[in-house]
Design a protein around this ligand. Structure first.
Ligand code: FAD
Ligand code: MLT
Ligand code: ZN
Length: 486
């Protein structure tokens, strides 16, 4: 089957208006370039189905065309906010971008069961709002929540800023509906919390980055809304102090600790530089003549009352200051201030993108080893890449750092990336391994890390993954070249 015959078939499935083809008048950049601007690919077409049945028919048509030798493959796409070049087509012009954006309905909200069942293309912020309007909390929170989708969150097993209490997207998911690589519909949308009837198919598709099938629907957990939420922004003398503060916060707040984010001074200074309208507390403030290197955002969600939350927070901060873990802190007095403080943290990736291209490392290390990892790796980087700037921040409560490297001040950023990225990556990832960590905590592998994965994962694990991929997608048609090469 030729590409033009395939495109006609796809038009008959989703309607001609929803098969987009790049032309002088139709710039598909939002679908074919990744969020970080690292790659721009070429799509055979962007196809926008509006139902699970349409997705299944599109996959069946592509599978038939592929069997006939066309070489077509499918890249599932949600909000295209991924960090590892996994949701955009390659340069071959043989890939269909399958956008789930039109599938954006809430199917069912079941308060008694504490669940919400959704189309995969629902935008995360709309899901949070739908739950809130019904009196529930949907805890998944990412800086990209205004455009990322539940399907993408599941595809990447996204983390974000509430993992310390609620876990990754996987832990929030009770059931999935998936279109397989053969175009069959697997309906596993149960809202069951217990179901030991064999292999866990749901968990295979979560975090698979679209390489095993297309998630079209999901049943997710909801939680009670807290009675009060308090946010503090604290300035700390060291990363060791941040780890001590985390332990203290866990002791004082227990399950009330819903957020614990660390931010290096340089990361915060980029927010100050690129978004001067945001007032960053303690930016450049010296304590005993020294600018403190780290700040932390802490969130306390209380099921009792605002007064209870305040009393708990005060005790925690007092003890932390007495112990020298915290130098100073501000506590938001109302929701507007709380949002402003969170916004500073969430603006770091945007500020870093404004600063220019950079080398991202989304790593996890046992929390207790993080200070030593940073000390040793900072020193090694300074020695091998003099002047390179470290943009260090992340989800300390989960042992997840965004340990990013920016070119030296005034250097050509693109040239730095081209010439130094392999060396910088090797140095950082080797250190991550020495500290028993992972080279991808929450962003996934995509195509950016696909070649590195075999160096950092055991041969047995790689072979098991290859076996699964071959079994579920024998034509290698689902997002090929991502996560694992077969
Ligand atoms: P896309 O980017 O469209 O796709 C991501 C991957 O999932 C691709 O491999 C794609 O093929 C696959 N996929 C998409 N939809 C489906 C589907 N329906 N079925 C199967 N596979 C699918 N990530 C975090 O983990 N934590 C953060 O705190 C965080 N903060 C961010 C802040 C900013 C400002 C930005 C820009 C990104 C951030 N991210 C974060 C990364 C990104 O938002 C997440 O990875 C998110 O889950 C991607 O969702 P998406 O809908 O944009 O997916
Ligand atoms: C974050 O935590 O802000 C995100 O994972 C995005 C990023 O690090 O770029
Ligand atoms: Zn993150």
């Amino acid at each position: 089957m030729s590409f033009s015959t395939l495109l006609q078939t796809l038009q008959s499935i989703v309607g001609p208006a929803h098969v987009l083809i790049e032309s002088a008048d139709n710039d598909l950049v939002q679908y074919v370039r990744d969020w970080r601007g690292r790659e721009r690919g070429v799509a055979l077409a962007v196809v926008r189905p509006n139902s699970t049945e349409q997705v299944a028919a599109v996959v069946k048509a592509c599978a038939a065309s592929n069997k006939a030798g066309s070489g077509v493959s499918i890249v599932p796409q949600g909000g295209n906010t991924g960090m590892v070049v996994g949701s955009t087509p390659d340069a071959s012009g043989t890939q269909i971008v399958l956008s789930l954006q039109r599938m954006n309905n809430v199917r069912k909200l079941d308060g008694g069961n504490g669940t919400i069942t959704l189309d995969a293309g629902c935008v995360l912020q709309n899901v949070q709002q739908a739950c809130f309007d019904a009196g529930y909390l949907f805890p998944l929170s990412l800086g990209s929540q205004g455009s990322c989708t539940i399907g993408g969150n599941l595809g990447t097993n996204a983390g974000g800023t509430q993992v310390v209490r609620f876990g990754n997207t996987r832990e929030l998911c009770l059931g999935l509906e998936v279109v397989t690589a053969q175009g069959e519909i697997w309906s596993g949308l149960s809202g069951l919390r217990k179901d030991n009837t064999g292999y866990d198919l749901r968990d295979l598709f979560i975090g698979a980055e679209g390489t095993l099938g297309i998630i079209t629907g999901a049943t997710m957990k909801m939680y009670p809304l807290p009675a009060a939420k308090l946010i503090a922004f604290a300035v700390l003398p060291s990363l060791d102090a941040a780890v001590s503060l985390l332990q203290l916060a866990q002791k004082h707040l227990s399950a009330g600790l819903t957020g614990f984010e660390v931010m290096g001074q340089f990361a915060l200074s980029l927010v100050g530089k690129h978004f001067p309208q945001q007032r960053v507390p303690f930016l450049g403030t010296a304590f005993s003549g020294v600018v403190a290197p780290y700040c932390v955002v802490l969130e306390n969600s209380d099921q009792e009352s605002e007064a209870h939350a305040k009393a708990q927070f005060e005790r925690l901060l007092e003890e932390a200051m007495e112990a020298g873990h915290v130098l100073d802190a501000v506590v938001a007095e109302n929701m507007t201030q709380a949002k402003q403080l969170w916004h500073i943290r969430e603006s770091i990736p945007l500020a870093q993108a404004q600063e220019g291209l950079n080398i991202k490392h989304d790593i996890s290390i046992p929390v207790s080893s993080i200070p030593e990892f940073v000390r040793v790796t900072d020193a090694k980087l300074a020695e091998s890449f003099p002047g390179a700037r470290l943009v260090n921040y992340g989800h300390l409560g989960d042992g997840n750092l965004h340990y990013n490297v920016q070119a030296p001040e005034g250097a050509d950023q693109a040239e730095f990336l081209e010439t130094q990225e392999p060396g910088v990556n090797a140095l950082v990832f080797d250190m991550v391994m020495q500290f028993q960590g992972s080279i991808s905590a929450e962003h996934g592998i995509g195509s950016l890390k696909v070649e590195k994965l075999p160096h950092y994962k055991s041969p047995v694990a790689m072979e098991l993954m290859r076996t699964i991929k071959r079994a579920l997608d024998p034509q290698n048609m689902m997002n090929p070249g991502r996560v694992i090469e077969v």
